[in-house]
Design a protein. Structure first.
Length: 306
């Protein structure tokens, strides 16, 4: 069972789980933008999302969470800090930029994984991965720069999203190191709990609870959208990520998850009618090429041939 106690998955199945998580998050960019456009602020959206996810994971797996060891709780709470800041800056950023750009720039965590790996382990990642990260960085720069402005300025929302990507890189690295040793469901439960608590504090400081008028279709639709994204993107997808990372390395996990940076903007352009400029299209293609490069072994094959 996927959410049961047996996690003896092969690597290909782990890749499918991670790719599925990426696809779920890709659709999440659209829902986030919709909710924020209807008047909610980023802290209200985060609280409803993660409170929903926390409720589901504690209701469905109470015994496993209660019986977990203190070490798992401590690690989960610690990882939850990086998850919160990743979402905080990403959600704040999407309020000030388009969903397509937010999705592409979030892939910046690919850039930081080789750096983070070296800083923590003093170990260089494969050349192919570094090359893929550099290609991804070029794509993100193309997307972020405002070419209609002679100064080539960067939108504040894009900058905030990029800060979030730094926290995502750290989170993916640390989760990969700990998911192999701990129950991924229990580990995720305490991360979701931290994000819920910090989002609640942020919400109460900024605006308080969102106002929902159940007599207005738009109002309750926004609440329903926030609850659904909480279930799928903040519960299901993160549990899939935790399980998938038990059976692959951190860098490969980051690359597979980054599929959201291609499908997210594609959905935003087709569904939300985000503006399409040459730099956004080219940046999206370059980021996707970086994703493909990291998942192919052409460098290895070339060495074997020569």
């Amino acid at each position: 069972m996927l959410f049961g106690g047996d996690y003896s998955l092969n690597r290909n199945m782990a890749r499918i789980l991670l790719l599925t998580a990426g696809l779920i998050w890709a659709s999440g960019f659209l829902v986030n933008k919709y909710v924020l456009n209807q008047g909610w602020d980023d802290s209200q959206l985060l609280f409803v999302r993660f409170f929903t996810a926390s409720v589901f994971i504690f209701l469905l797996f109470p015994k496993r969470i209660i019986k977990t060891d203190k070490s798992t709780i401590k690690i989960g709470l610690f990882l939850g800090l990086f998850m919160f800041f990743g979402f905080f800056f990403q959600t704040w950023g999407i309020a000030l930029t388009t969903a397509s750009k937010n999705a592409i720039i979030t892939a910046g965590y690919i850039i930081f994984l080789p750096i983070i790996t070296y800083l923590f382990e003093r170990k260089w990642v494969p050349t192919k991965t570094i090359l893929a990260a550099l290609i991804t960085f070029v794509g993100i720069v193309l997307v972020s720069l405002n070419f209609s402005d002679s100064t080539g300025s960067i939108n504040l929302g894009d900058f905030l999203t990029f800060i979030g990507a730094i926290f995502w890189g750290i989170h993916i690295y640390l989760l990969g190191k700990n998911a192999k040793k701990k129950d991924p469901v229990a580990l995720m439960a305490f991360q979701l709990l931290v994000v819920s608590a910090l989002s609640f504090i942020s919400m109460m400081i900024q605006t308080g609870f969102p106002q929902v008028d159940f007599h207005t279709t738009t109002s309750w639709t926004v609440l329903l959208a926030s609850v659904l994204i909480g279930f799928f993107a903040s519960f299901v997808a993160f549990v899939l990520q935790s399980i998938g990372q038990k059976h692959t390395n951190e860098t490969e996990a980051a690359i597979l998850i980054s599929s959201e940076s291609f499908f997210g903007p594609l959905m935003a352009i087709l569904i939300l009618h985000d503006p399409v400029h040459w730099n956004i299209l080219l940046g999206m293609v370059i980021v996707f090429f970086g994703f493909l490069l990291s998942e192919t072994d052409w460098l290895t094959r070339k060495r074997k041939i020569t």
